[in-house]
Design a binder for this molecule. Structure first.
Ligand code: ZN
Ligand code: ZN
Ligand code: FE
Length: 751
């Protein structure tokens, strides 16, 4: 049998994921000699033996790799034998080694869960158990390379037993940097709101369970920040949390003790189960069941619940004790960034939390829980943070050094390094001072951990965004990028397609080339340029930002466009909601163009419909009115309204006038809101279809916040796919969380 030597180079997530022990094991099992060592970008492997066995080795490398490992580059070739005597894990060259990839924080693996509930294991009930397949990563790294001394675990000196595991290539904890145990690792402590220590260790967890069961609110230091917990079955407790957090109706996320209990409350299909138990372990939106319910205050008026399963040992141990669903929401005041520093937590969450369950492993940066939903039977990310960030998007070519500062709401930043684009975790809405501070911190943080200094800054073309102002003060070379171009390019890069495409970017807002607020856009674009070929008919928005909070302002703007001053005499909910004074003010604003803004926003058209049919006149969280339209819609309904596509100055315009007139007629006839909402959704699907047929471009990309709408997205995808290639987001959210990715690529093409 012929024997030879096989040399393999791999780049990707192959460090700190248990890769070397894995290779060691398969080499040994096949009786192959050689070595593996970590290199600058990945690993280098050489093995010698019978060719048949070498082929088998290759196959195993590809098919049996550890759960967290992934390959971005894989190259191999056969050479002559050298005569290795054994298989060895060689020391990597410390100086040359730059581990540029940082893993996201990973939910506790099955082996670790088994250990923490095994009475005979030395990590029984130890809340900081982890291994190379699981545990904190991004949230504890101070700098690269990813070694224990460069994480917040550096203050804990490994005990003898942990050190043995850490150094043994055959152990699951070989080079598990955050390795710890009861003897040497962090511990958990329970304090009251005045910072008096109550208890520690498992006692503290047991006591926490009692407090939650009594209806109290506990702040828990998790993986990426503090969370607020209370009994989700207790109306009083949930109501109290709403009052204290100043959060009226925005849904709270829930944590369930087990998949089994979760299934009692919501519908869980196969794909949902996979997502819930994945290493990312996000919050997943699932439909409520009728027979078994959590408190109505958890997600008022909402058919969905944001659900997650325990993802750290501390969560596992506490939830097993509790055995009931709990509210598990970010530890912050309304929409500020999540608190992650102990001192700040005691200060900021005072008055919200009754008790604090904290621990001594420092969190280096805040990372919120991610939010996803299932669309077209696939994971669709709404908020990208824990479990996903900062996994890079790999571009097909090297990029200049660009920092993209994102948009305004749901901000993220991104940097380009070689072919990799690192997108930050969800930062927040930059209108809050605290979020802006977070934004500045995360930019500095990314510069430091990725050893990055930008040459260019890509920013939104909006002159007033704080992110734009930051860019202008940086002294770097600037590249402004239009909001909706960034949305579509973000979706194109997400799908790895470069071509001339039709982009449908539907959103709440976005600065346009004419200085108006765009948001119902049809663009022909590539990575460099775009041309606006279509839009929603415009209307006057009453008082810019205020209109976002009051859907009736969009409705009145639309009605004024159609009916002029007579709009104010209509017998419709938005008009009836005005007092005489407001009526006069709004009328004056519209007639004299005071503090009104022309917009083609599709998000605001959702608001207008929602208001006119009497769903919401004022909202208590972003997007609420539009979401409520989706929730009441019946996906099986196929009726629609007629509309016209007009042409003016070479631009196609969706004229919604007839649709609104018919909606008002339907209302008068007593047609149910559910039917009107469904017809509205179907009308928009038809609109996309008509547009696509007029434009005749094969590849269509759907992006923007409106495409978080499951009914709209699924229906339009199905219809458009009959004739076109339709692309939706894969790894990056369609909303403004994804803007920074598009900004990087557009900037790179325009340098
Ligand atoms: Zn593990
Ligand atoms: Zn130890
Ligand atoms: Fe947007």
């Amino acid at each position: 049998m012929k024997s030879s030597r096989l040399k393999i180079e791999i780049e990707g997530f192959v460090q700190g994921v248990g890769f070397r022990p894995f290779v060691y094991r398969i080499a040994k099992s096949l009786n192959l000699n050689g070595f593996i060592k970590n290199t600058k970008g990945g690993v280098l492997i050489e093995v010698e033996g019978e060719e048949k066995k070498l082929r088998e080795f290759l196959k195993k490398l590809k098919n049996e790799k550890p759960p967290l490992a992934s390959y971005h580059f894989f190259n191999f070739y056969f050479l002559d034998k050298i005569g290795y005597k054994d298989f060895k894990i060689l020391k990597s060259d410390e100086k040359g080694e730059i581990k540029t990839l940082i893993l996201p924080d990973i939910a506790t693996c099955k082996d670790c869960i088994r250990e923490i509930f095994d009475k005979n294991d030395r990590r029984y009930l130890y809340p900081f158990t982890n291994c190379t397949n699981c545990g904190p990563r991004f949230s504890i790294i101070e700098k690269l390379p990813y070694d224990r001394k460069n994480t917040t675990m550096k203050v804990f000196k490994m005990c003898k037993k942990c050190e043995e595991e850490y150094k043994n290539p055959l152990n699951r904890r070989f080079h598990a940097e955050p390795i710890a145990c009861k003897v040497c690792g962090p511990d958990v402590y329970l304090y009251d709101e005045n910072k008096n220590l109550i208890s520690n260790g498992f006692e503290a967890i047991k006591k926490t369970k009692e407090l939650i069961k009594k209806g109290l609110i506990v702040a828990l230091k998790g993986i990426g920040g503090y969370q607020l917990l209370c009994d989700a079955l207790n109306d009083e407790a949930v109501k109290r949390l709403r009052e204290r957090k100043k959060r009226e109706e925005k849904p709270f996320a829930l944590m369930f003790p087990s998949l089994k209990i979760l299934k009692e409350y919501v519908y869980v299909d196969k794909i949902s189960e996979i997502i819930l138990t994945s290493p990312s372990s996000p919050i997943l939106l699932l439909k409520k069941k009728e027979n078994k319910k959590v408190s109505e205050y958890v997600a008022p008026l909402n058919p969905y619940l944001g659900c997650m399963l325990p993802y750290s040992p501390l969560h596992h141990i506490l939830m097993k004790e509790l055995n009931i669903p709990v509210v598990c929401t970010s530890g912050n005041i309304s929409d500020e960034p999540i608190t992650y520093i102990d001192e700040e937590a005691f200060e900021k969450l005072k008055g919200i939390a009754d008790y604090f369950l904290i621990h001594t492993r420092e969190i280096k940066r805040y990372v919120d829980d991610s939010v996803v939903r299932v669309i077209l039977n696939k994971e669709y990310i709404i908020r990208r943070a824990r479990g996903y960030a900062p996994t890079p998007i790999i571009f097909k070519e090297n990029l200049p050094k660009i920092l993209a500062v994102g948009g305004h709401l749901k901000n993220t930043i991104a940097i380009s390094k070689g072919k990799k684009i690192f997108i930050s975790q969800h930062i927040g809405d930059l209108e809050k001072e605290e979020s802006y501070k977070g934004f500045l911190k995360i930019i500095e943080d990314f510069k430091k951990i990725f050893e990055f200094e930008p040459e260019f800054i890509a920013h939104d073309a909006h002159p007033e965004y704080l992110s734009t102002k930051y860019a202008k003060e940086s002294g770097k070379k600037l590249i402004p990028v239009y909001h909706h171009h960034a949305h579509i390019v973000s979706c194109m890069v997400d799908n790895e397609i470069e071509d001339e495409v039709l982009g449908i970017s539907w959103d709440g807002t976005g600065w346009g080339k004419d200085g108006k607020i765009w948001g119902g856009e049809f663009l022909i674009c590539d990575y460099k340029n775009f041309e606006r070929i279509g839009k929603f008919r415009e209307f006057k928005l009453l008082g810019g930002d205020k209109a976002i909070k009051e859907p009736r302002r969009s409705a009145i703007g639309v009605l004024y466009e159609i009916f002029g001053e007579k709009a104010f005499e209509l017998d419709l909910e938005p008009i009836k909601s005005l007092n005489e004074n407001e009526k006069e003010i709004f009328k004056k604003m519209l007639i004299k163009n005071i503090n009104t803004f022309w917009t083609s926003s599709s998000g605001r058209i959702f608001d207008a419909v929602s208001s006119i049919i009497g769903i919401k006149q004022k909202i208590s969280y972003e997007g609420q009115a539009a979401m409520m339209l989706e929730w009441i819609s019946d996906e099986k309904n196929s009726e629609f309204y007629n509309f016209e596509i007009k042409e003016k100055d070479g631009i196609l315009i969706f004229d919604w006038e007839e649709m609104f007139v018919k909606i008002i007629e339907d209302l008068k006839k007593g047609v149910k809101k559910q039917i009107i909402a469904s017809k509205f959704h179907n009308t928009l699907v038809n609109l996309m279809w008509e547009f696509a047929n007029k434009v005749k471009i094969k590849n269509i990309f759907l992006s923007g916040g409106v495409f978080q709408n499951k009914i709209l997205l699924e229906k339009s995808y199905k219809k458009l796919s009959k004739k076109f290639n339709v692309y939706i987001h894969q790894r990056i959210p369609p909303n403004d969380n994804g803007i920074s990715l598009g900004q990087i690529i557009i900037a790179a093409r325009n340098i």
